[in-house]
Ligand binder design. Structure first.
Ligand code: ADP
Ligand code: ADP
Length: 225
């Protein structure tokens, strides 16, 4: 499987060039972490892959298919962006189930699957909790469970562990790495945290001023002579 490929992608906001001729790939089943300074183009990269921004040049492909003209909801991608993404009027199970409904899963199977996903993200037994009662970290994990429930062919994560305290972040990074490996999900993860990138990713790209500075397997990054 060819996974995700960006070919010579340029994205502009007016006179600002946010991405400048980017070539990057996340082969099927692999996790690509995108690191780099603020303003480097990380969010723009995710938004462009998601279909929320259009490229002024170049192509975004998934499984070989050119996605230009394919609308956001037809791409089959899951997104966990930084804030305001849970349905506040539903409980935790209602939020996770939303992802399952997209797959037309029957009722009994749904509650089994919700329980399994909540256990995966460390929230076993939280089905009936109100979203408004959750901590920021718990809400992020519910958003992740909801995204995974839809079994997306590509998962886009923008700072999925930001705002958590260090211990929780380290533990969740390990859990998330296992979860992504077990489900063979192709993913792009934007992060500021080098340790997190190394824990999660098969491949790490550094973006700065809209260009890819380095793209390596984690253990080779920074260690070149
Ligand atoms: P990062 O996620 O790495 O912080 P961004 O993708 O948010 O970087 O930003 C890349 C560049 O594009 C920055 O110069 C930023 O100011 C600019 N930019 C991002 N979004 C917009 C927007 N909606 N309108 C105008 N400029 C934007
Ligand atoms: P990040 O935390 O990823 O760097 P920002 O806080 O820079 O994100 O951006 C948050 C939102 O504001 C995004 O939707 C981004 O597209 C938009 N944005 C970023 N820079 C600009 C800009 N210079 N002008 C207008 N919108 C921007």
């Amino acid at each position: 499987d060819e996974g995700l490929r960006l070919e010579n992608v340029t994205v502009r906001y007016g006179s600002t060039t946010a991405l400048s001729g980017i070539d990057l790939s996340a082969p099927g089943g692999e996790v690509l972490a995108v690191l780099g300074p603020s303003g480097g183009g990380k969010s723009t990269l995710l938004r462009t892959v998601a279909g929320l921004e259009g490229a002024s040049r170049g192509a975004v492909r998934f499984g070989g298919e050119d996605l230009s003209g394919v609308p956001v909801h037809r791409r089959g991608f899951g997104m966990v962006f930084q804030d305001g993404q849970l349905f506040g009027h539903r409980d935790v199970a209602g939020n996770v189930e939303f992802g399952l409904r997209m797959r037309s899963v029957g009722r009994r199977e749904r509650s089994r699957e919700v329980a399994r996903l909540l256990e995966l993200v460390g929230l076993a037994g939280y089905q009936r909790r109100r979203v408004s009662e959750l901590s920021g970290g718990q809400a992020q994990r519910v958003a992740l469970a909801r995204a995974l429930a839809a079994r997306p062919r590509l998962l886009l994560l923008d700072e999925p562990l930001s705002g958590l305290d260090r211990m929780l972040r380290e533990r969740l990074a390990v859990d998330l790495a296992e979860l992504l490996a077990d489900s063979a999900t192709t993913a792009v993860v934007v992060t500021h945290d080098l340790d997190e990138a190394f824990t999660l990713a098969d491949r790490v790209a550094v973006l700065s001023e809209g260009r890819v500075l380095q793209e390596e397997r984690p253990r080779r990054l920074w260690t070149r002579p």
